[in-house]
Each structure stands twice: as C-alpha cells, then as structure tokens.
Write a protein that binds this ligand. Structure first.
Ligand code: ADP
Length: 459
C-alpha cells in the first residue's frame, strides 16, 4: 500500500544558531533551511527558533513583527516572528545583549551566549504551551537543548516531545556533543561515511545504536541555474554548454581574466585546515602549469591564513594575471557565477562531514574533483575508478577523486580531469549534462529524516 496511507502531520521545531540566508556561516545554516523546507513540503509543520542577532540579513525576512516578551534568566526576552524562505521563524532577542555582538560566532563567551539561547528557546516553547513532536538541535551550539530538555522541560508538560540531535562537524565542541549524544532520543550526522569515520570518537562511540548518517541535500530553488539572477544565461541540462560558456565569459570579464577557452577550475571554501589548504595551493600551481585558469573564492577566520593567501594572491596576480584570481572574501552572488562558470569545482578536504559545494557544483553542471572522505566519498564517483560503486547506488560516475593527502594525490584526480577536458570535449559536455540530471536535492534525505522522526517518537 506504499504511498497511499497518509501520515498525520508532525510538528518539528529546530533550535539553531545559523539559518541561511539570514545568518549563515557554513553548511549548518544551509541544512536548517533546506531540510525544513523539504519537510514542510511534505505537509509537516516546521518552526525555527533563532537568535535575533543585530547582524541578521533582514532583507530576506518577510513580515517581521514583534509578538510578545517574557522574562527569563534575569532579563526580558523579546519574541519576533517572520517568514524566511517560506518558513516560520521565531526570533529571540534577550535584552542582556547576548545577540547584539555583530556576529554569530567569535565572542569569548559564545558557549554562555548559546547556552542561554537554548534555555530561553525551551522556555519560550514551555510558556507558549507549544508541544512539538520533535525538537531538532544542531552541533555544539544548540547541544544544550538536549540535556536541558531531558533534565527540566520534559517534566513540564512536554512529555510527548522527542529530541533529535545532528552533528554537522565533530571538530567543534566535542565535549558538548558527547553530552547531547547521551541525552538525545536519536542522533544523526550528515553522511554515511562520516558516521563511520567518527564512530570511534568517545563522544559518539557509546551511542551508535541511535546514531545514523543521513546525507544533506541542496535546495533546488536557491540553487537553480535556470532561475538565478547572478548568472547571464538561464540553463538546464539541455543547454548546459551554452549556459556555462556565457557564465564563464561573464566570470572572466568580471575578474579580469583572459577571455579564452581554458579549463577553468573553481574553489569555493572557508580557508581552514579542514579544507586541505596545502592541497588547494598545490592544485592552483598545477592548474596553471596545465595552462588552465583558477578562481578561488574563500575567506579565512584565522588572520595568519588569510595573510598567507593575500601574499599568494599578490604573487599570482602579478605572475599569472591572465589565469588566476583569488577573491579572499565571502561573496554569495559571486559564488553562483563561479559554480556556473567553472568547469571543475575542487574540494580537497582533509575531512568533510558532508560537503555542499560538490553538490552545488553538479547542480550547475560543474564536475567535482574531490578527496575521498566523508560525504565527498558518498556523493562523488570517479569516472575511471568507481563505476561499480556508482552502479550500486543506481548512479553513473560523476567526477574525479583521489586518496592520500599530498600533492601526488590531488594531481592524480586533477590531471585526469583537465586531460578529459582537453582530449574529448563531446564526452566532457555529456558528463556536465549527466551530473546536472542527478538528484542531490533534499527530496530523499527529507524522507530519511521523517523516518527517523517517527522512530524517535516510538523510542
Ligand atoms: P562548511 O560548512 O564546512 O563550510 P559546506 O561545503 O558544508 O562546508 O558548506 C559551505 C557553504 O558555504 C557552501 O554553500 C558554499 O557555497 C559556501 N561558501 C563557502 N565559502 C564561501 C565564500 N567565500 N563565499 C560565498 N560562499 C561560500
């Protein structure tokens, strides 16, 4: 009777400190929005509770209005409500200044600020008489929700609510994460391979019986080459060659690169150790050696790394001004043009829980070149080496990948990618078309989450 039985709607509340596009730092913000939209599209009720940072990008909030206030933790907390990408969001604004810091992360007392927010969010649910089926919290920053709920709020009339906790990146706040893992009814991380990679971590190991890997997806409305105001020609897999050519030319023009037909490699990333900085540098030089062009869009939270790349940019912009451009900033519109205009998107991460850039790349018909780790391993299948592994997933190979963490490794993948472009343009174009037609949306992951939410209710 599959598909005929209609499930009653569930009520899911995310308590999170990031949300794309109004308060996005990394993938976590994309996931909160993308997953929520997909689950809402399945006719469930989804709310998000978010801090009302002074640095919110309010141009993406519709009908924002003040609702009420309540007292908690020695301060007044104002509640605002608005719509973001069609989702109902409650914004909490404690009058003690914890969210008036001009940033999401980066204060000395982040743990205290977010701990306070988690507590205030549960208090908001309690005082408002809201009894969601699921409270979903994320990473160390909203991990306290798990134990505050079980130690306190569960006994205040929220007894039918279950807590789901998702690890987006175990590198941050493993101590908090271990505690949330213990208290949550169900826990997830963002790919199957990453779930295996972290299974031995003391924060995770005792809890494997309730721990699952569910891949992230991308939001097909936010990332849509047929409807993207940041690229010159709308395209689908049918006119991918023409669409990408126009985007490449626009990109070259905008960045002052030579307008010619070169294999163009794009890199869009936070510049941190996780992302394989030495491999990125190596790949830039190798691409130039192969007479390709490189565009890097990235920013480094660590000023030493930022400085290092500023120096590299100065060097490259004088020695290879026709061929290389490093944009050392955060620029969402430019990222769209790079996804569309590059032929390859390189993601040589040392570890990568899921990774969204390789998925977005494919949506725009760019070929991912990745290191075999975490979610990169689960989503990119090498055209030479992974035919059987792809087939087992019902897919055709879609990119190039490599093992190891040295220059020879990244060369192995990148050289084959660049050669494929030089040697057989028809084949290369058919690969672009093929990756665009693969489904890396939230459709499937949202069903997996719904199954998990249902399992949590029975827990
Ligand atoms: P992480 O969460 O570790 O940063 P993900 O691949 O999961 O990595 O998500 C990164 C997201 O941030 C992607 O949507 C990517 O396009 C975006 N991004 C990263 N760096 C930049 C930048 N400098 N400018 C614009 N977008 C960026």
């Amino acid at each position: 009777f599959g598909g005929i039985v209609k499930e009653p709607p569930m009520h899911i509340v995310h308590i999170a400190v990031e949300m794309a596009p109004i308060a996005k730092v990394g993938g976590l913000g994309d996931v909160v929005t993308g997953l929520s939209r997909a689950v809402q599209d399945l006719n469930h009720n989804v709310n998000i509770i978010l801090p009302k940072y002074d640095c919110l990008n309010l141009s993406h909030v519709k009908d924002l209005h003040y609702q009420k206030s309540y007292s908690w933790g020695g301060t007044e907390i104002k509640v605002w409500f608005g719509k973001v990408e069609g989702l109902s969001v409650y914004f909490l604004e404690p009058q003690n200044g914890f969210v008036w810091t001009g940033c999401v992360y980066g204060c000395k007392n982040d743990a205290e600020r977010f701990g306070f927010f988690c507590h205030a969010a549960l208090e908001f649910l309690h005082q408002g008489g809201l009894q969601p089926d699921i409270i979903h919290c994320h990473d160390w920053s909203s991990a306290p929700v798990a134990w505050l709920f079980k130690d306190h709020y569960m006994h205040y009339g929220l007894s039918k609510t279950r807590v789901v906790f998702t690890i987006h990146n175990l590198e941050f706040g493993a101590h908090f994460i271990g505690k949330a893992m213990a208290y949550a009814d169900k826990a997830t991380t963002v790919s199957h391979t990453y779930s295996k990679e972290v299974a031995g971590n003391p924060a995770v190991a005792p809890h494997l019986h309730k721990f699952h890997g569910i891949l992230n997806g991308i939001d097909l409305d936010i990332w849509d080459p047929y409807n993207d105001k940041f690229i010159p020609v709308p395209y689908t897999s049918e006119n991918v060659v023409e669409g990408k050519r126009a985007a490449k030319e626009a990109l070259q023009q905008r960045l002052g690169l030579k307008k010619s037909d070169h294999p163009l490699v794009g890199i869009i990333t936070r510049l941190t150790h996780q992302k394989g900085i030495h491999l990125i540098k190596h790949a830039i030089w190798n691409t130039l050696k192969r007479n390709g062009q490189v565009v890097l869009l990235g920013s480094a939270p660590d000023p030493r790394i930022q400085n290092d790349f500023v120096n590299l940019a100065n060097q490259l912009h004088s020695s290879h001004s026709d061929q290389a451009r490093l944009c050392l900033t955060y620029d969402e519109p430019l990222s769209h043009l790079i996804y569309a205009g590059a032929y390859f998107i390189l993601v040589p991460s040392i570890f990568e829980p899921c990774g969204l850039t390789q998925l977005t790349a494919m949506r725009y018909g760019s070929i991912p070149v990745v290191r075999k780790t975490g979610g990169l391993y689960d989503t990119v299948f090498d055209v030479d080496d992974d035919k059987a592994r792809a087939e087992a997933q019902g897919l055709e190979p879609n990119g190039f990948n490599f093992d190891g963490a040295d220059g020879a490794g990244v060369d192995y993948a990148l050289n084959r990618a660049i050669s494929a472009w030089y040697d057989g343009r028809d084949w290369f174009n058919s690969l672009c078309k093929r990756v665009m037609e693969q489904d890396w949306s939230w459709n499937r992951p949202a069903l997996d989450y719904m199954e998990l939410y249902h399992a949590a209710k029975k827990y």
